[in-house]
Design a protein around this ligand. Structure first.
Ligand code: NDP
Length: 396
């Protein structure tokens, strides 16, 4: 068998997990090149895996030409993009130019506008088809595994799914008054935006955190969960037949919400430049500099995450409701790959998506979302690669 070369872009919290998991599956991934803006961060990850075949490179992923040179130089067989959503389009364009398969975990955002949607990535479908390559969008946990859970529910449990609630709980404690579990800019832009859900063919907008419900998360307990807009809903409304409503809820602790509101009130979540002592700064970027680096939270975080979907619909004329969920333990994740569970639950599905692509088990020319493929093999890989899941039938 010819050895593959896997290019991983982004040496943050998620990048670390992807590197560890690709090394654990070296038969599929072959040699690994980890490239990011700051070479020392790539080298730090490489040093954790002394015996593995890893090279590190510096790249500016906002620059398509630089990316093309790198992909051609190392002859990459696949590009796993775990940099930031701002880089999705430049990396996709480099993949088109070099005819290299592409995968990411978060949909494109422009740095100057806190709005995320698939439009510009879906528009590249024709170019991916023409180049004869596959692009897999959103292969993290949510989006990612949540899409696969929906596809699995549709395939095995329902004739028609009518409602889906995606339920994301991180009950981890890191001991800081305020910190985010993944990139602070991306996280705070997401949670401070208006909420949105889809019902009867229409998007309904809410104030941030306007809708709240109490949910009892297995192995975690009852938690207040707030309705947010989340990107997987945009593709699921296209692909799940008979759907009448889809919503997304995430848990937040009181301290997190209080700090976020206060930072917002004083303008620290602003994404437009302001002038400070003759220097232009973006408040949100400055805040990121002040906050703990999410990849440093791993060793202090205790507790569990529980992310899943509740689907309700009809099977053989009977009403039915199921809950599919996955529980991860922050400390166990850290033991395995030096990262907390939020990075782990994102990085493992990114590796699995890429594995299925390289092994030809998920294939096609064009740009795809996760629910468009056979969920069964992905579900098997989840259990085998550290993310075992459960299914419960609920009372209708
Ligand atoms: P981090 O901020 O920890 O890491 C991002 C990495 O990308 C950093 O190493 C950073 O470099 C690098 N980077 C940023 N800009 C560039 C650039 N222009 N060129 C090259 N490298 C660059 O983020 P996370 O690891 O927490 O998140 C990674 C991705 O995963 C994000 O897109 C996030 O939205 C997504 N995500 C998806 C989830 C899901 O479930 N689907 C959940 C959580 C995250 P430097 O070190 O120099 O800053």
């Amino acid at each position: 068998m010819i050895k593959k070369t896997t290019l991983i872009i982004g040496a943050g919290g998620v990048g670390r997990v992807v590197v560890h998991k690709c090394v654990q599956n070296a038969d599929t991934f072959g040699s690994i090149v980890l490239a990011s803006r700051t070479l020392s961060r790539c080298d730090a990850i490489k040093s954790e895996l002394a015996d593995a075949n890893i090279q590190t490179r510096c790249v500016d992923a906002d620059n398509t030409d630089e990316l093309i040179s790198l992909i051609e130089d190392i002859k990459a067989d696949i590009v796993i993009n775990v940099a930031l959503p701002y880089q999705d389009l430049t990396i996709m364009d480099a993949c088109i130019a070099t005819q290299t398969p592409y995968l990411d975990t978060a949909n494109y955002e422009h740095p100057d506008e806190a709005k995320f949607e698939y439009k510009l990535q879906w528009e590249r479908d024709a170019a991916f088809k023409k180049a004869g390559i596959m692009g897999l969008l959103g292969s993290g946990f949510d989006p990612g595994v949540t899409n696969v859970f929906c596809a699995y529910a549709q395939k095995h449990y329902f004739d028609e799914i009518h409602t889906i609630d995606i339920l994301d709980c991180n009950a981890g404690e890191h001991g800081y008054a305020f910190a985010t579990n993944f990139n602070p800019e991306i996280n705070l832009r997401e949670v401070s935006a208006n909420g949105r859900y889809w019902e009867n063919g229409k998007w309904i907008e809410t104030e941030p955190m306007e809708i709240k419900m109490l949910w009892d998360y297995p192995q975690v307990g009852e938690k207040d969960s707030y309705l947010l807009y989340h990107e997987e809903m945009e593709s699921l409304v296209k692909h799940i037949k008979g759907l009448k409503r889809i919503r997304f809820f995430m848990t937040f602790g009181e301290s997190y919400l209080r700090h976020m509101k206060c930072l917002e009130n004083v303008g620290m979540l602003g994404i437009k430049e302001v002038e400070h002592k003759g220097v232009k700064i973006v408040p949100m970027e400055f805040l990121k500099t002040l906050l703990p680096d999410p990849s440093s939270l791993g060793k202090r975080t205790k507790g569990k995450t529980n992310i899943g979907i509740v689907a309700e619909g009809i099977k053989d004329g009977e009403k039915k409701k199921i809950y599919i969920y996955q529980v991860s333990d922050h400390e166990k994740c850290f033991e395995e790959v030096n990262s907390q569970a939020v990075s782990y639950t994102t990085g493992v599905p990114a590796m699995i998506g890429a594995k299925l692509m390289l092994e030809g088990k998920w294939s096609g020319d064009g740009v795809f979302n996760m629910e468009e493929f056979n969920p069964d093999i992905f579900m098997q890989e989840l259990s085998a690669q550290g993310l075992p899941w459960q299914i419960k039938e609920l009372e209708v």
